[in-house]
Ligand binder design. Sequence first.
Ligand SMILES: [Zn+2]
Length: 104
Amino acid sequence: MGDGIEITAEKLVEPTVKKACHMNVKDDEVIKLVGISMKEISLKVIDRVAFWLSQEENNILYCRLCNKGPFTKKGLYLHLLRLHRDEIKYMLSEEIKLEVKKVI
Ligand SMILES: [Zn+2]
């Protein structure tokens, strides 16, 4: 189970970053990554973690993890993936653990 969570967290890094940058994340995309059985949990977790990654002020995006900015959508997307991938993966795996516990 522990390994499964790690793998799922890794897969969800990209859609979470997209969401944080106000890019469109389709349900299908998430299902393709983690499978239909993990869809509900994944969408919840993506929303929750994405909220902690970015901040918007007057239509300008800032990184909430290190307060850098302003960024364009694309700029923040690259920044989060390059600099904060491990943190984001860790946050995702913690949230997935919480959700999985609720189900069991
Ligand atoms: Zn940052």
